[in-house]
Every structure is written in C-alpha cells, then in structure tokens.
Write a protein that binds this ligand. Structure first.
Ligand SMILES: *[C@@H]1O[C@H](CO)[C@@H](O)[C@H](O)[C@H]1NC(C)=O
Ligand SMILES: *[C@@H]1O[C@H](CO)[C@@H](O)[C@H](O)[C@H]1NC(C)=O
Ligand SMILES: *[C@@H]1O[C@H](CO)[C@@H](O)[C@H](O)[C@H]1NC(C)=O
Ligand SMILES: *[C@@H]1O[C@H](CO)[C@@H](O)[C@H](O)[C@H]1NC(C)=O
Ligand SMILES: *[C@@H]1O[C@H](CO)[C@@H](O)[C@H](O)[C@H]1NC(C)=O
Ligand SMILES: *[C@@H]1O[C@H](CO)[C@@H](O)[C@H](O)[C@H]1NC(C)=O
Length: 471
C-alpha cells in the first residue's frame, strides 16, 4: 500500500539569529514518496561500500590503523605529550590518505597529571587498594591523609549522616544503575563530601562489570566548596568496606595522591574533508575524539569512534564518490575534560549553523552496532529510517531515539539533527576509563560493520538533494 505520510516543502531552512526560519527554495513540493525513491537509488552505493569495507580490500583497515596508532602512542590524556603526538600523526595520516582541507584548529585544553598515588587500609587490617585519581582532583599533602572512613550508598544517606562525615574519608558504594545516572557520584562526590566536612572521597567505580578494575574520569569542584582529593576505587573494595562497617568494624585509610593541575595546554581539533560538489558550504560532520584517559590505550574510548569516522571518508574517497555536500571529519581534542575541543569548534563555526545538515559522533563503542540513535524532527527521522534500510544486507537497520555525544551536543541543542552509533553499552562500560581499554576489546569485523554504517549514513545524507528538515 502506498500512501502519503507527509508533504515536504522542498526548502532549505535558514535560521536567522532571531530564531526565525525563512525559505530559500519553496519552488518544489516533494512528497515523502519522492524522497523515498531518491534514497532507494543509493542501494548500489550502499552495496559498494559494504563490499569494500566488509569483504573487500578495506576489510579490517580501521582496526589496523587504530592498532598502529594506539600501540605506538599509547593513551592520550588532555595536556599530555602523547596527545599532541597523536594529533600530529593523524594530521600526516589524513594528508597521506589524500583527504582535502586537512588542517588543525587550535584549542586551549586542561592539563592535569595524576602523579604517584596509593590508598592503604591501615585498620582493621593492612591492605593496599587499587585506586585511580579522578581528573582535575587536587593531590594530598606528601604525607597523605590518614582518616577513618564513612561508607554511604547514596547522596541521601550522606545527607542523613552528615554529622558523622566531618574529618573522615567518605567512601561511596552506590549501586550501578546506568552510566548517566551513576556518573553523578564520580562528578559530584567530592563536592558533596566536602560540604559536610570530609577530608577526601573515594568513589566506587562507575562500571557495569569489574575484575578489580578502578575506572577513572572527570570530576568537578564547585566555587565556594573546599577542594578535597578524590579517587575511584574498585567495585570489590567498595562492597568489602560496606560489609566491614555493617559488622561494626572501624576502617582507617591512608590516601596519598600526587595529582596536580597545570596551566592550560595548547592543542588542536583535527579536521579533514571531502569537499561537496554542489553545495560545498553545507556540511555533514562525522566525528570521534582523539584524546583519552591516561590508562589503557584509549582504544575503545574513543579510538574506535575516531577511526571509523576517518574510515567513512576513506571508503567514500576510495570508491571515487564525492557527495553534493561537504563531508567533514573532526577528531576532537579534550572530550574527556568536558568536550573542550568541541565547544571551541562550536563557538568558531556556529555562524554557519544553518548549513549543517547532520552532526554525527561515535563515542559509545564500535562493537557490532544495534543501529543509529537519532535526534531530529519526525520528518528527518523518517528519512533516516529509509537510509538505514539500505543497510539491510548487514542487518543494521534500526533507528533509535536520543542521538548523543558530548561533542555534538551544542549543535543538537541548537536544532541540528544529530546521530550516534548504538552498540553493547554493558560491554562498553565494563572497560570504560580503565586499564582494560585496549585493542584486545576491539574486533576488526565489528569495526568493519560500524564503519560501513557510518560511511553509508554520512554519504547519503551529504548527497541528498536537500538538507535534513529541521521541523
Ligand atoms: C529548488 O529545489 C528544486 C528541487 O530540489 C530544484 O530542482 C531547484 O533547482 C531549486 N531551485 C533553486 C532556486 O535553488
Ligand atoms: C580481518 O580480521 C578477521 C578477524 O580477525 C580475520 O579473520 C580476517 O582474516 C582479516 N582479514 C584480512 C583481510 O586480514
Ligand atoms: C538510569 O537509571 C535511572 C534510575 O534507575 C532511571 O531513572 C533512568 O531513566 C535511567 N536512564 C536511562 C537512560 O536508562
Ligand atoms: C562559513 O561557511 C563559509 C562558506 O559558506 C566559509 O567560507 C566560512 O569560512 C565558514 N565560516 C566558519 C566560521 O566556519
Ligand atoms: C549556506 O550555504 C549557502 C549555499 O548553499 C550559502 O548561500 C549561504 O551563504 C550559507 N550560509 C551561511 C550562513 O554560511
Ligand atoms: C538482525 O538484527 C536483529 C536485531 O538487531 C536480530 O534480532 C536478528 O537476529 C539479526 N538477524 C540476523 C540474521 O543476524
């Protein structure tokens, strides 16, 4: 059965600074059926991309390229020499790949180093725990902080027991619900503990699974609240301390952290393009972040996302394709410190926001994709569903809600359609921000599929006659 879902006014919407939209081209009336037909014509292109990336000579390329970088450079913390080395290598790589307009855009980024760190339980027994200081935490005095522990399982419990917290080390043993909910403890744990007079805080790692692995990440101090040192501990130790205190044991810990914050460092977002043939000013942006934490290799977070984004452009170039709009690759810097590179990019480029058709970020793993997460109007969503239908041969066709990613957030909040890759987040948050984030968790075959999805979606959106509708 054929029926009209809705009628498109064939327009390019221009959002003026007043927020009002005007129509640049209201001469065509395209029905959804017509757009469906236009998309169906990309079946051959999708097939060619699949053949090249999954079965052909580009097979395993994004994995091999990523392995070479992360084995050579290692982790890429904001402000580190490693990160700047990786950026220079990527700049060369993208040039040698024959991509266009390869350049670096300067950004000032945070520079924090963890230094030496340790946590030793002195009572009720001697025991050295695994810890990882949290990004932006201050250090302890050289002799450390030695204090009794108060274990709580929630911010509510901390409030109820506020009088007991003064002069202690607060240990959070919050259960894992999901990342976005539970990460509050890592981000605000030190501030909430400091407000009730604690000397330091230790936070159960925000992880879906643990084999005694601390998981680091960024934390935030608040103006007017004393800064106290803060680190994450393993799920195992948080649970053990909970059990010990429930039996009436008194726990004393000596915490030593050499963490330091330095002046902001110079860094860059790394950019490359395939310039559009018909609407070069209009952009489809594909992205991932090049920085990582200082543990593991940053292979999964977010080497995978960065390298399937590069791969998307490589595949399109290898097939001799040039979309009507510009396909722009951005490898963000300092995502982990709060999307610092992406904020700079948004500030520098938002004047052209009306010409961004779609912003894409992969920062949730590049395992076998379940599909695409998408934020945009119902009309745009219907178009994305048609495009994902082209991926039937690799069985990745679903379009979910909530296209997300720290680095595309500003654009999406301002009304630009946004897409992200969805895969097994349980696996992702098992290795996230830990020593376990290495090439060993990556699969070449899964990256082939993820890169294929990325290439087909970005190419087709960039090549459609019209930009994705915003309303
Ligand atoms: C308006 O859009 C239609 C269909 O997309 C196209 O054929 C036509 O050339 C466009 N007109 C202008 C003035 O851009
Ligand atoms: C790609 O990787 C898979 C899985 O490791 C392997 O079986 C296959 O031989 C590789 N293909 C090529 C062309 O190296
Ligand atoms: C995360 O967990 C909280 C608490 O259980 C819940 O309210 C929220 O909807 C969950 N979020 C997601 C994205 O599942
Ligand atoms: C905006 O786009 C135009 C092309 O349409 C380009 O020349 C200009 O450099 C862009 N400006 C920014 C800030 O990105
Ligand atoms: C957007 O692109 C169009 C051409 O496609 C150009 O005429 C217009 O100036 C651009 N707008 C901005 C804000 O750069
Ligand atoms: C295709 O994907 C769906 C949903 O992701 C899954 O349930 C199904 O088993 C897959 N089919 C094949 C043949 O792999």
């Amino acid at each position: 059965m054929k029926f009209l879902l809705f009628t498109f006014v064939g327009v390019h919407l221009l959002f003026l600074s007043s927020g009002k939209a005007i129509y640049r081209n209201d001469t065509s009336q395209r029905t959804f059926e017509e757009i469906k037909e236009e998309i169906a014509h990309y079946g051959d292109v999708a097939k060619a991309i699949i053949d090249l990336a999954v079965y052909g000579k580009a097979q395993n390329r994004s994995y091999e390229r990523l392995a070479l970088l992360v084995d050579t450079v290692g982790p890429r913390l904001s402000g580190s020499k490693n990160l700047e080395k990786a950026i220079q290598i990527m700049y060369q790589n993208l040039k040698e790949d024959g991509l266009e307009n390869v350049h670096l855009e300067p950004v000032k980024i945070p520079h924090w180093e963890r230094g030496e760190e340790s946590a030793v339980m002195l009572e009720p027994r001697m025991y050295k725990m695994a810890i990882l200081g949290l990004g932006s935490s201050i250090g302890t005095p050289p002799e450390g902080i030695t204090a009794e522990v108060l274990v709580v399982t929630s911010f509510d419990e901390l409030q109820r027991r506020a009088p007991e917290a003064k002069g202690k080390i607060v240990v959070y043993n919050q259960p894992y619900a999901n990342y976005s909910k539970t990460v509050e403890y890592r981000v605000r744990g030190a501030v909430e503990a400091a407000k009730v007079g604690a000397l330091a805080s230790l936070i159960r790692s925000v992880a879906s699974f643990s084999i005694y692995s601390p998981h680091t990440g960024v934390q935030e101090y608040q103006d007017g609240v004393p800064k106290i040192p803060t680190a994450c501990i393993t799920v195992e130790d948080a649970e053990m301390m909970s059990r010990l205190v429930s039996r009436g044991s008194r726990i004393v810990i000596q915490l030593k952290m050499g963490a330091k914050n330095y002046a902001d460092a110079d860094s860059f977002n790394t950019v490359a393009e395939i310039t559009g043939s018909k609407y070069p000013e209009q952009v489809v942006l594909v992205s991932g972040h090049l920085d990582s934490w200082d543990v593991g290799q940053g292979a999964m977070d977010d080497g995978g996302g960065a390298f399937i984004s590069w791969e998307a452009l490589s595949l399109i170039k290898d097939l001799g394709l040039r979309p009507k709009r510009t396909l722009r690759l951005v490898l963000w810097t300092a995502e982990e410190q709060g999307g610092i590179g992406a904020l700079q990019y948004y500030q520098s480029h938002k004047a052209n926001i009306s010409n961004y058709s779609l912003v894409m970020e992969s920062d949730g793993g590049t395992f076998l994709p379940y599909g695409l997460q998408f934020t945009g109007s119902d009309k745009a969503r219907a178009i994305m569903k048609e495009i994902m239908g082209l991926l039937q041969p690799i069985n990745v066709t679903q379009v979910f809600h909530d296209g997300e990613g720290t680095d595309i957030e500003s654009w999406v909040q301002a009304g630009v359609p946004g897409a992200s890759l969805l895969d097994d987040l349980y696996k992702y948050f098992s290795f996230h921000h830990s020593q376990g984030d290495t090439m060993t968790v990556m699969s070449p075959k899964e990256m082939n599929i993820a890169a294929t999805v990325w290439a087909v979606v970005s190419y087709v959106v960039a090549d459609l006659e019209e930009m994705l509708p915003r309303s």
